[in-house]
Write a protein that binds this ligand. Sequence first.
Ligand SMILES: CCCCC/C=C\C/C=C\C/C=C\C=C\C(=O)SCCNC(=O)CCNC(=O)[C@H](O)C(C)(C)COP(=O)(O)OP(=O)(O)OC[C@H]1O[C@@H](n2cnc3c(N)ncnc32)[C@H](O)[C@@H]1OP(=O)(O)O
Ligand SMILES: Cc1cc2nc3c(=O)[nH]c(=O)nc-3n(C[C@H](O)[C@H](O)[C@H](O)COP(=O)(O)OP(=O)(O)OC[C@H]3O[C@@H](n4cnc5c(N)ncnc54)[C@H](O)[C@@H]3O)c2cc1C
Length: 665
Amino acid sequence: MAEVDHLAAERATARFDVEEMKVAWAGSRHAVHVADRMARLVASDPVFRKDNRTMLSRKELFKDTLRKAAHAWKRIVELRLTEEEADLLRQYVDQPGYVDLHWGMFVPAIKGQGTEEQQHKWLPLAYKFQIIGCYAQTELGHGSNVQGLETTATFDPKTDEFVIHSPTLTSSKWWPGGLGKASTHAVVYARLITEGKDYGIHGFIVQLRSLEDHSPLPGVTLGDIGGKFGSGAYNSMDNGVLRFDHVRIPRDQMLMRLSQVTREGKYVHSNVPKQLLYGTMVYVRQSIVADASKALSRAVCIAVRYSAVRKQFGSQDGGPETQVLNYKTQQSRLFPLLASAYAFRFVGDWLNWLYTDVTQKLEAKDFSTLQEAHACTAGLKAVTTSVTADAIEECRKLCGGHGYLNSSGLPELFAVYVPACTYEGDNVVLLLQVARILMKTVSQLASGKQPVGTMAYMGKVQYLMQCKSAVSSAEDWLNPDAIQEAFEARALRMAVNCAQNISQAASQEEGFYERSPDLLEAAVAHIQLIIVTKFIEKVHQEIPGHGVKEQLQALCNVYALYILHKHLGDFLATGCITPRQGALANEQLGKLYAQVRPNAVALVDAFNYTDHYLGSVLGRYDGDVYPALYEEAWKDPLNETVVPEGYHEYLRPLIKQQQLKLSRL
Ligand SMILES: CCCCC/C=C\C/C=C\C/C=C\C=C\C(=O)SCCNC(=O)CCNC(=O)[C@H](O)C(C)(C)COP(=O)(O)OP(=O)(O)OC[C@H]1O[C@@H](n2cnc3c(N)ncnc32)[C@H](O)[C@@H]1OP(=O)(O)O
Ligand SMILES: Cc1cc2nc3c(=O)[nH]c(=O)nc-3n(C[C@H](O)[C@H](O)[C@H](O)COP(=O)(O)OP(=O)(O)OC[C@H]3O[C@@H](n4cnc5c(N)ncnc54)[C@H](O)[C@@H]3O)c2cc1C
């Protein structure tokens, strides 16, 4: 802990028990304890140093990533860490690398789509890192449209093999993380062709590199796709390109849990929905929602602490300068992001529960909740990542000029985070999936079919289409029922409006196409309703600790009323509230910000991040920002020499030339 605590006065104003809030954030006392231990383990190990990362060349950065991954694995084995501990250790190492894809997609793809026999064969190899795997789905020509992939896997009954081939340039696999330089194997998605018929996309385990010397196997061409956005950042990852020239694999390397090809070449599809092929994406999407709250809370922690330290402008009577956190504008930009971090954390926990529940039902051959899982993972992934990416950039601005320095940690956080809006499904494409399901649900209302799960509110269509908000004072907006009803009515009315407009088009498909911008907004409204609902449900639970429940209640209200204020046009246009009620919501929001203000620093302390993990001189726990900023500047390679390289070549001749010209005058 720091010797001088420049934020001590801030911490003293907190009206709740921070240690108990840590438990509410982490989910349990055990979770706080394990996370704390793993974070400190990483922070105290010099191999995991990351403050010089943005100054490394791509090659150095990649080697550093390999070194950290190998060291992390060594520590995991030496200390006999559990799966939970190992996952946390990797999180705190905080450097994207092939390991993320190995554990995050390759292993889950085999678990989800491999038969028991296949799992028995491949998983032990992957668990011990005897093979390294990646997830090779996206191609140069197609990413969003999975059914449009071109790579082929043609069964050859003569040899009992599949022939994996890239028929065109655009069929080159393009983007898979870990593919470029590290992976020895991949789960490759390709069109299955047998007996002359194309059966669409299926997964295959393909070895890419020799296990002896790492050279590509015959017929395999592969490499890295090149530098990416931002210094350091996601450039630690070897996103790759891969082409196959008639590469042969044994038939039993087709992932055969969902469908099989027999020795004779007969295609057999098990009696399960085809969409289970997308199961790995659903799994990763739910984990991305949990990650959104981590990235957002890091940015918010930096911005809140720095805003409490930073002072600008004096009081009227020449007194001390004002902490920028005291400006109402700073609060109205920052506190909704703080509330969003908590909101995403709780909806992430709920989504994880939903995913586990759906997985158990699938095991029992109950597929009834598959659509719900798809809609929630796709929609929440889209909304939470878009908000988080924008919020990190907003936090940079909230930190003024210093936020633009690499040492603030924010540029790198943004550069690493922003592709989350694209990978695992472009956010627009995913929201349109949600919109399709909304339209389907609206169309079924007339037949009396009762919607279930997160769509259940649509069953109250008669009431929600005509209800009027009863809010008549700012305080009325603190009533969760008032918030819930307004959000339900807005989401339903937007969906019904879309459905009505689509029904006037020549065809459903054309109407959907024409109305897709409105459909996106309807999907966002539905997802925001889910986030608000899950936050309200969380606050209704028993939450121990002095003042913890009250703080969460305030943050829940901030989140909901901020969304209402930001999307006021939706609420007014659908007639869910009046302009006066909108103004009252904004009035209440201002009061809530004042309530959050004395607790702000303690609310970010509850995230329990080490200075190492935050990686920000502005977000330091002790708030001793200025000496750290000053010191950090001198570490830049440009400051290794007082006179810069290039002075004699370019600066001196220029200056001398000008001096000569002047002396001639
Ligand atoms: C803890 C581990 C973490 C590890 C990683 C952590 C963080 C991430 C870090 C770094 C990133 C690393 C990796 C990134 C990897 C990738 O990006 S992998 C590639 C991801 N690619 C995509 O996401 C592609 C997006 N496209 C699609 O998913 C589909 O093409 C799309 C859904 C858009 C369209 O599907 P399609 O089959 O063509 O047609 P329809 O739209 O007509 O749908 C048909 C029906 O299927 C239903 N459905 C669609 N998807 C799903 C699904 N996933 N689950 C269940 N059901 C689905 C759809 O609703 C339709 O249903 P109906 O017929 O209407 O009933
Ligand atoms: C950092 C990173 C890591 C990745 N890792 C992997 C990996 O490990 N494995 C892997 O297989 N892939 C990976 N990908 C690929 C990623 O999954 C795809 O880039 C993603 O699915 C988006 O597909 P796309 O690139 O084809 O975008 P496109 O679909 O070409 O999108 C371009 C634009 O078109 C719009 N658009 C597309 N379709 C529609 C539509 N139907 N309606 C309206 N608008 C539309 C999009 O909104 C977007 O604005 C990674 C990508 C990145 C950036």
